[in-house]
Ligand binder design. Structure first.
Ligand code: AMP
Ligand code: TRP
Length: 331
């Protein structure tokens, strides 16, 4: 059976981008067809300035939302990364496999590093090594497929390179994984700036729809989305990024494809209105289920505890094998 691994960082409230780009397929397809693990990758939330209490809160909230969106602990393994030591154990071996040059080439490192320096902040070393920890997340489970949004392609490529290199040097240890992306909405853009990704850290900004936003807030954000000059509803990501984003969101909510949908609309206003309603309906059941689940944090904790036990059992043999292969004396 295909092994799948994916993760979400608890760095902010989950967004429509997280849902359409990742979570929805985990729920609808991956957990049914594969042996799947989904992790709240909390160690990755420490690579930029963070507030400890907030990371803790967001970790539990992310887990609750993942279950509310439909992940079923009977079908897949849901757990918190830091509960399973194997990730950090393997990460060090992969740091001894990766090179400084290849990590400095990572787009996310360059972007986030530049932003931090411009704001006068120091750059944590873990921001540079972060893709190695991500590779460890994936390789520890002999993962075949990594369902992610477009922005993670480069990190999964690095993971493949490290797996191949390790296997060549020390003997076959890891499965070489591949990234998979959703057919539409692999990159949901910010509603106020459709040339940049809708990201979690853009707290309560008007360009980001959060899964827990009230219906009226969702409507307002979408009705105020920045559109392009021009009137015709056309699907063109380059010249009409704002409209293309709305068409992709609508297509992802309702099925169908953005190009065909463009032909249906005569005005930007009508497109916005339908997109807003589609998103409100999409999120309604998730919000309702979240409220129920949040009332019983003991249940969430128990799901996470069992998930971590299962994950640990799966990861340990592979990580132990890597320790032996690389030349470390067995304990
Ligand atoms: P992150 O929010 O960076 O932890 O991402 C968790 C998952 O959601 C990853 O698979 C991302 O690729 C995906 N994702 C995050 N933001 C977006 C977005 N705006 N559009 C599509 N997918 C996204
Ligand atoms: N880096 C991913 C992101 O920013 C999150 C992540 C961490 C991840 N480890 C992973 C995704 C392993 C897939 C597999 O979205």
């Amino acid at each position: 059976m295909t092994r799948i691994f994916s993760g979400i960082k608890p760095t902010g409230h989950l967004t429509l981008g997280n849902y359409l780009g990742a979570l929805r397929r985990w729920v609808g397809v991956d957990q049914h067809q594969s042996d799947a693990l989904f992790s709240i990758v909390d160690l990755h939330a420490l690579t930029v300035e963070h507030d400890p209490a907030r990371v803790r809160r967001l970790s539990r909230q992310s887990a609750t939302l993942m279950l509310a969106a439909g992940l079923d602990p009977q079908l897949c393994t849901v757990f918190v990364q830091s509960h399973v030591d194997e990730h950090a154990r393997l990460s060090y071996l992969l740091e001894c496999t990766a090179t400084d040059g290849e990590l400095r080439r990572m787009i996310q490192y360059k972007e986030k590093g530049t932003r931090a320096r411009a704001a006068g902040q120091s750059v944590r070393l873990s921001l540079l090594t972060y893709p190695v920890l991500m590779a460890a997340d994936i390789l520890a489970y002999r993962t075949d497929e990594v369902p992610v949004g477009d922005d993670q392609t480069q990190h999964v490529e690095l993971t493949r390179d490290l797996a191949v290199r390790f296997n060549q040097r020390y003997g076959h240890t890891f499965t070489v994984p591949r990234a998979t992306h959703p057919p539409v909405a692999a990159r949901v853009m910010n509603l106020q700036d459709p040339t940049s990704k809708m990201g979690k850290s853009d707290e309560s900004g008007p360009g980001t729809v959060h899964l827990l936003d009230e219906a009226d807030v969702v409507r307002k954000k979408i009705m105020r989305a920045v559109t392009d000059s021009g009137r015709e509803v056309e699907y063109d990501r380059v010249t009409r990024p704002g409209i293309a984003n709305l068409l992709e969101i609508l297509a992802a909510c309702e099925g169908g494809n953005p190009k065909d949908l463009a032909g249906v609309y005569e005005s930007y206003g009508a497109l916005k209105k339908d997109t807003a309603e589609a998103v409100v309906e999409l999120l309604r059941p998730i919000r309702e289920r979240h409220a129920e689940l949040a009332a019983d944090p003991g249940h969430i904790d128990s799901v996470l505890r069992k998930g971590a036990e299962r994950a640990r059992e799966m990861a340990r043999p592979t990580v132990d094998a890597a320790y032996r292969a690389i030349g470390l004396l067995p304990a």
